[in-house]
Design a protein around this ligand. Structure first.
Ligand code: UDP
Length: 460
């Protein structure tokens, strides 16, 4: 957003790692900054940009190289490991223009970006796209406060967090041998964090009160979430209704028409996000559990997962169910026909359901999802977590039971009341003067001050 005299308060570079769950919160934060008078540029790797559906918005999107740059190659792994060369080129290109960056907000899983910021005299700000609880757990693991592998029976007590069992821990911690390279990445977030000027977290104070206080004791933390488009919460940014960058094409018209024809709170919306894959036998149990629950359902089954649907399932459920490859999730969750969200508990999906007051059936798969599911059920009281049966599979009877309980049961009533309470709190924090709004204002003030008083590049 331009100031009246045509100048901006400051030019900020916001750098997400190009996965849907990282792009969404960082783009939304970028839009908030733009609405408060900053100019914002968001670089995304060329390979990701090529497969994105870019909506119009308040921010400039700048394609950069990840070393692969073909339409089919979208793994971005080289960039994740070290994209300093590419980022340096971008920063220097703007440095030579009349519109240099003063600040870099980088995804916390790209810690090398802070070194680039430092070398070019930029204000360096780390952005955590996951919850404070998760950040705290990874921090303690990095500090050696948690000895891996964890003892199976032990209850884990960490400052600011409820007591956690091993099955509540992020999968990279409960099963450190499962994805050692990702474990290394999440621990590395803390390798140089003490040098960051600010640490932003996509959460809000009341949601994780004690964990936020604990984090504030270590780093200069500002909570700025939940990062949903403004029209779903505070309505302060006119026309901000979607995340703008979609890595897949949503079946919007079809979903809307189908939901419009369903009764209020009669639909179970099912999605496992953009990455998680279910085993074929788990898919089968889920499919029949959904059918047996006898509710309407809208299920997102990504193209790559389609072959795992049981044969005849689509024919047998044609009256009650719709299966799509991707949907406009926010529109779906905000639709009055939706009565509950059967979710993998990715952090964005969790925040979206909380912010829109939708009860959840939590079926975590991996990464931070088990911890989020624990909070959904036991800390915020906004859903039930399915129990995992033999061979790690959730049986159809368990699915059916949890769905029915949330949709029609006694616990469902209490869950719906809590869900409404959290929706109101989420709206409050982003409304003018709310905690996240104040923190975003503080960020804008700091970036503006830094821009006005820029020092020469700081040496390492
Ligand atoms: N999403 C969507 N359409 C879908 C499924 C998911 O727009 O059909 C969005 C969802 O709103 C969320 C993001 O994709 O913002 C998924 O992020 P999350 O952290 O929940 O899960 P991940 O994909 O990272 O596992």
């Amino acid at each position: 957003m331009e100031k009246k005299d045509g100048a901006y308060k400051a030019h900020v570079l916001v750098l997400p790692f190009p996965l849907q769950g990282h792009i969404n919160p960082m783009i939304q934060f970028a839009k908030r900054l733009a609405s408060k008078g900053l100019k914002v540029t968001v670089p995304t790797t060329i390979s990701a940009t090529m497969s994105m559906h870019i909506g119009s918005g308040l921010v400039d999107v700048e394609p950069i190289s990840d070393g692969q740059d073909s339409v089919s190659q979208n793994d971005n792994l080289a960039f994740l490991a070290d994209g300093s060369g590419t980022l340096t080129k971008l920063v220097e290109k703007y440095e030579a223009s009349s519109d240099p960056f003063c600040c870099l907000v980088y995804d916390s899983i790209l810690p090398w970006a802070l070194d680039v910021a430092r070398q070019h005299g930029l204000y360096g700000v780390s952005f955590f796209t996951q919850s404070c609880a998760i950040d705290a757990i990874y921090y303690h693991a990095n500090q050696g406060h948690l000895t891996l592998p964890l003892a199976a029976a032990a209850a884990i007590s960490l400052p600011g967090l409820p007591e956690l069992g091993i099955s509540d821990m992020p999968s990279f911690i409960s099963e450190p041998k499962s994805y050692p390279s990702i474990l290394e990445i999440v621990l590395k977030q803390f390798s140089n964090l003490e040098k960051a000027d600010l640490v932003l977290v996509n959460t809000f104070d009341k949601l994780e009160d004690e964990a936020v206080r604990w984090m504030e004791g270590i780093w200069p933390v500002l909570t700025i979430g939940p990062t949903l488009p403004s029209m779903y919460l505070d309505m302060l940014i006119e026309g901000d209704k979607s995340y703008s960058l979609n890595l897949s094409n949503p079946n919007s018209d079809l979903c809307k028409k189908w939901l419009d024809a369903r009764q209020t709170a009669s639909v179970v919306y099912v999605s496992f996000g953009s990455v998680a894959n279910l085993e074929a036998d788990q898919m089968e149990e889920l499919a029949w559990g959904l059918k047996e629950s006898n509710n309407n359902f809208l299920w997102v089954v990504r193209e790559s997962e389609h072959s795992k649907l049981p044969s005849k399932f689509l024919e047998e459920t044609i009256e009650k169910g719709l299966v799509v490859t991707w949907c406009p999730q926010l529109e779906v969750l905000a639709h009055q026909a939706v009565g509950c969200f059967l979710t993998h508990c990715g952090w964005n999906s969790t925040l979206e359901a909380l912010s829109l007051g939708v009860p959840m059936v939590a079926m975590p798969q991996w990464t931070d999802q088990p911890t989020n599911a624990k909070y959904v059920e036991e800390v915020w009281g906004v859903g039930l977590r399915v129990k995992v049966g033999e061979k790690g599979v959730v049986r159809r009877e368990e699915m059916e039971k949890c769905i029915r309980e949330v949709m029609e049961g006694e616990r469902g009533k209490a869950i719906r009341m809590n869900a409404s309470k959290w929706r109101e709190l989420a709206k409050d924090v982003l409304a003018e003067g709310g905690s996240s709004d104040k923190n975003i204002e503080e960020f804008v003030a700091r970036a503006t001050f830094f821009n006005a008083s820029r020092s020469p590049p700081r040496a390492e």
